[in-house]
Design a protein around this ligand. Structure first.
Ligand SMILES: Cc1cc2nc3c(=O)[nH]c(=O)nc-3n(C[C@H](O)[C@H](O)[C@H](O)COP(=O)(O)OP(=O)(O)OC[C@H]3O[C@@H](n4cnc5c(N)ncnc54)[C@H](O)[C@@H]3O)c2cc1C
Length: 293
């Protein structure tokens, strides 16, 4: 089923996983998905890696989740390092495997590079990939957006304009980059509405698992850690369990406020660690997503 149809019908909970580096890591990813199945996620998604075999694993895991776990899935796809024809072939395989939803992304520059360079005969921006998918396939299409602006964008306004372009080219809903101050999300959705973006904007939430990791992630993607949260991270920095508990507590409050504000759904960046997300969903007991007794 296309996710847009699910969003038309209900407020969604979705969970994002990433493919392992080697094939023997696949069962662990599937187990992480299965641990969240009792919470009835409306769909799960699998990210697209920087290259090689992990990309094949995205296709493999997405298909396995759909066929064997009876969950709706969304495959991530980027423009990094692949010519248009190669990306077209990936889309053909996803289509043949019965995958109905993709999130179309540009992707980040490879590690060590500061600038995104399109592959020879490749796509330069997510909007071009979206246009290609819309013109050649019948997938439900999502795209990314950035409440605090994308790291490379010149201004919030130009970034928003490109988000609008992705919708114009065929993105049916948007999922945000992680953020830790809900005001950034509320401000973004107000600006998006004003700019004529009329598709659901689903907030992406990453429960903090580790202090060093979240500082690295936020600095890479240009997200801000609010001062009070930063101080708490400092206090517990050497105690991973305390940081994880803080992450669960913080994300619970964040999601509670977002849900109360009427968001169309919540997209959890699970990072293949289902425990924190299951605790958050237990804490919240969201209607239709209450989870195990
Ligand atoms: C929900 C979500 C899922 C993600 N999943 C993955 C994943 O699976 N794999 C992965 O590698 N990465 C993933 N990412 C990260 C993403 O690839 C990076 O944030 C990347 O740097 C930008 O991707 P984009 O699709 O937003 O690109 P674009 O929409 O192409 O934007 C990239 C930059 O170019 C600018 N821009 C856009 N269009 C134009 C234009 N026409 N002319 C000039 N400038 C333009 C934008 O303002 C922005 O600064 C994900 C991000 C999110 C939020």
């Amino acid at each position: 089923m296309r996710i847009k149809e699910i969003l038309d019908d209900t407020r969604t909970i979705s969970c994002e996983f990433f493919p392992p580096r080697t094939e023997d890591g696949i069962p662990a990813v599937i187990r992480a998905v299965e641990r969240l199945k009792p919470y009835s996620p409306d769909f799960v998604s699998v990210t697209y890696g920087a290259g090689g075999s992990t990309r094949a694993f995205t296709e493999q895991i997405t298909t396995e989740i759909k066929d064997q776990n009876d969950l709706e899935v969304m495959a991530h796809l980027t423009c990094v390092g692949q010519a248009k024809e190669e990306i077209h072939q990936v889309l053909e395989r996803l289509d043949e495997a019965g995958i109905e939803n993709v999130i179309a992304l540009r992707g980040d520059p490879p590690q060590g590079d500061t600038e995104f360079v399109p592959a020879e005969n490749g796509f330069s921006h997510a909007s071009e990939l979206i246009e290609h998918i819309r013109g050649n396939f019948d997938f439900g299409i999502a795209a990314a957006c950035y409440p605090e602006g994308h790291v490379e964008s010149k201004s919030l306004d130009t970034d928003l304009e490109y988000a609008r372009l992705k919708v114009e080219k065929g993105a049916e809903f948007l999922i945000t980059q992680l953020f830790y101050d809900n005001e950034d999300f509320f401000d973004f959705t107000r600006r998006a509405e004003k700019a004529g973006i009329d598709v659901p904007v689903v907030p992406g939430v990453l429960p903090i698992l580790n202090a060093a990791q979240i500082r690295r992630f936020t600095s890479l993607c240009g997200a801000r850690i609010p001062h009070a949260l930063d101080e708490q991270l400092d206090r517990y920095a050497d105690d991973d369990r305390a940081v994880r508990d803080l992450g669960v507590e913080y994300a619970t409050r964040q999601v509670e406020e977002l849900w109360a504000s009427g968001v169309p759904g919540i997209h959890f960046y699970v990072l293949n660690r289902s425990y924190s997300v299951s605790r958050i969903l237990n804490n919240l007991g969201l209607p239709g997503h209450a989870g195990p007794e």
